[in-house]
Design a protein around this ligand. Structure first.
Ligand SMILES: [Zn+2]
Length: 66
């Protein structure tokens, strides 16, 4: 199960949550109790994106699929 990092929109507190991919579960900020936690990009997907290619026409891997 991947770990997602969430940031509270209210106070900016960051927390990691272990969560199933695609889950829409709401999280509560443990610091201020705010219920607007914004999911940040997980370090896993960022780190592996450069390796997983399958799209040779895009050297950087960031080009949108056409
Ligand atoms: Zn907060």
């Amino acid at each position: 199960m991947p770990i997602f990092e969430y940031k509270c929109k209210k106070c900016g507190h960051k927390t990691d949550f272990l969560e199933k991919a695609g889950s829409n579960k709401k999280h509560i900020c443990e610091k201020c109790g705010g219920n607007e936690m914004q999911r940040l990009f997980s370090t896993f997907s960022v780190g592996s994106s450069s390796k997983s290619s399958g799209n040779d026409s895009c050297p950087t891997g960031t080009c949108p699929l056409s």
